[in-house]
Design a protein around this ligand. Sequence first.
Ligand SMILES: Nc1ncnc2c1ncn2[C@@H]1O[C@H](COP(=O)(O)OP(=O)(O)O)[C@@H](O)[C@H]1O
Ligand SMILES: [Mg+2]
Length: 376
Amino acid sequence: MTRGAPSPTLQPGDTVGILGGGQLARMLSLAAASLGLRTNIFCPDDACPAFHVSDSATIAAYTDKTALQNFAGRVDVVTYEFENVPVDAVAILEAAGVTVRPGAVALEKAQDRLVEKQFIRSLEVATAEFHGVDDLAGLDQGLQNVGRPAILKTRRLGYDGKGQTRLTEQDIDLHASFEKAVAFAWAEVGAAPSILEAFVPFEREVSIIGARAADGAIQLYEPIENVHAGGILKTSTAPARISAATRAAAERATIAILEALDYIGVIGVEFFVLPSGAIVVNEMAPRVHNSGHLTADACAISQFEQHIRAVAGWPLGDPSRHSDAVMENLIGDDVKAWRDIIREPNAALHLYGKKEARPGRKMGHVTRLTARSPAK
Ligand SMILES: Nc1ncnc2c1ncn2[C@@H]1O[C@H](COP(=O)(O)OP(=O)(O)O)[C@@H](O)[C@H]1O
Ligand SMILES: [Mg+2]
């Protein structure tokens, strides 16, 4: 492969560099290995789940310029498993001559919830009503604009419902006054630049895992229906119980996002579905997505392989689904059930190799398969 080529195409034996070493990087690394590619995992922590299954590792901070430059010299393309990689790290890698897919633009849009919502709106796709909040007065103004109930979220670095707090009538009763409830919410997000969103009275949540190749070809997995508990994904089910019109609207929005970002790789787009069937984009993840884990067992080509194909400059695979599936995240102590799960027929168990089962920590998942239901 020619290094620094604007549009690299990898050969078997080449190396994909992955920023981040969690379970997503681990599953990407396994998929890369199946295609004869190597991975080098860049992660600040020396106990990363992805290290167990990768060819090589770089243990350094995402701000370590020398480490990034050395990493750039050892890999043929770079991707990432999480959207909070500093954009500066991408700039350093690109200056060192390696292509990063998806690129800096997707990262910039996805790592700031305010920028992300403005971007989605610019595509004429609906989002929750929102208001940027920089201080208490801004929060007050925001509540007047978006109404109640509302959700206050930090603009940056939130995940799995972290960095979020709700503002409902009950909270206000609980805090004895509106002012106290507002001040409490502001403290809850660490008084950091935030976004206030109107609470969307959704009927269900769905996601689309989409992929765009280096040549612009797009493939979408079928919509997946998601249930969250305490802000963390609990189950993902395919097929999703939505109409053909809702599906088409979600697909159009996903394609618009992929094209506007000139995206290369897999993206996860989260939607709220209203009782009317209309869709509202919640957020997008410029990477493989937890709701797409069922593709590993219910589709011929997993989201992980699809992402590796795209970043390698290879053609995308067929995303069609051969089985119905329910994926359940094993969070914290849930993982203790592994001995029972492993005995279940048609259940595919995936464990991430994490030592300690802390509350809220994703330890693994199980995908239960049944025969594909006839298309509606
Ligand atoms: N504006 C909203 N209206 C209703 N529910 C919401 C809203 N924002 C978030 N939620 C709920 O909280 C979950 C997590 O929020 P999300 O913004 O996706 O954050 P994270 O980055 O932590 O996944 C969503 O999947 C949804 O269930
Ligand atoms: Mg989310």
